[in-house]
Design a protein. Structure first.
Ligand code: C2E
Ligand code: CA
Ligand code: CA
Ligand code: CA
Length: 276
């Protein structure tokens, strides 16, 4: 689990201030030298099984430390104040990549970028987003922002207005990890979001039978009642696919279709779909 993994990571690091400093300077360097990489995981339409979009997922491979999972370094970046820089780097790099695809072929997909709640809540978030759109000249309808349900827990009018501003720019907004935040459901109808992503833990429960299926069915029904589209995360089996289809979940993402792919492989995938 995300939380526990990070706790272990912190314990290992605890009392080892040198290590923290090394890690921080490594991460700073990785951002500056563009040693971070973005992989793209396909999102598929449940009915047509066509590619409809993707999610940008950060990868960090350090020369000495090896592969460091985002569940470890993102919370670290949030703590040491590097998360805004990382978020802007991901937004800009993704936008530049989309622009490249727009030039190469008839690109008509949406790419979702994860934004940390801390970053999203920065007063200048929208202004910086506008700058990135202008610098890269990417079409805003090719971008989506994913913010976790956790960020909705202490919501206020500012947060709602900010989501509205992002949408007015032409982006869409998704609620990520839905069902894990223990927040009141009341917030859902207040938020002008487009999509709800059901957390993988609920998809895993499908295989446990009736009660697991009932939960997923209820979440989908709730989302549809609020006119939201649904993405199921972490779909790995045909059984899960069939249940999701039965309950009219629109989109899926998961190893059943594809793991996150590097730029070369995702580009090949898009081109092969286009030529079909
Ligand atoms: P997330 O946003 O919920 O992303 C989905 C995670 O599930 C990804 O892990 C993805 O590789 C994994 N996944 C996808 N399909 C399957 C499946 O079928 N089975 C299983 N077991 N896993 C699947 P990843 O890439 O390790 O990212 C973990 C988390 O790190 C993300 O969870 C997100 O919270 C965070 N993260 C990743 N990239 C970024 C980023 O650029 N910015 C921010 N703020 N957070 C990021
Ligand atoms: Ca996500
Ligand atoms: Ca998620
Ligand atoms: Ca997650």
């Amino acid at each position: 689990r995300k939380g526990n993994q990070y706790e272990i990571f912190k314990k290992v690091m605890k009392g080892k201030n040198d290590h923290i400093l090394i890690l921080e300077s490594k991460l700073r360097n990785a951002i500056r030298e563009s040693l971070l990489e973005i992989h793209y995981q396909p999102k598929m339409d449940v009915k047509t099984e066509l590619l409809i979009g993707m999610e940008a997922l950060l990868r960090w491979n350090d020369e000495e430390l090896g592969h460091i999972p985002p569940n470890d370094f993102i919370p670290f970046a949030e703590e040491c104040g590097l998360i805004n820089e990382i978020g802007e780097w991901v937004l800009k790099t993704t936008a530049i990549q989309i622009k490249e695809w727009e030039k190469q072929f008839n690109f008509n997909l949406r790419v979702a970028v994860n934004i940390s709640p801390l970053h999203f809540k920065e007063p200048n978030f929208v202004a910086r987003l506008v700058e990135i759109l202008e610098e890269t000249k990417v079409k805003p309808e090719h971008l989506e922002i994913e913010i976790t349900e956790m960020s909705m827990m202490d919501y206020n009018d500012d947060l709602i207005n900010k989501i509205q501003e992002v949408k007015e720019l032409g982006l869409t907004v998704a609620i990520d990890d839905f069902g894990t935040g223990y927040s009141s459901l009341g917030y859902l109808k207040e938020f002008p979001v487009d999509t709800l992503k059901i957390d993988r833990t609920f998809i895993v429960n499908i295989s446990e039978g009736e009660s697991g299926i009932a939960m997923v069915a209820a979440i989908i029904a709730l989302a549809h009642a609020l006119k939201l589209k649904v993405v199921a995360e972490g779909v790995e089996t045909i059984e899960e696919m069939e249940i999701l289809k039965q309950y009219n979940c629109e989109y899926v993402q998961g190893y059943y279709f594809s793991k996150p792919l590097n730029v070369i492989d995702i580009t090949k995938k898009m081109q092969s779909e286009l030529s079909e």
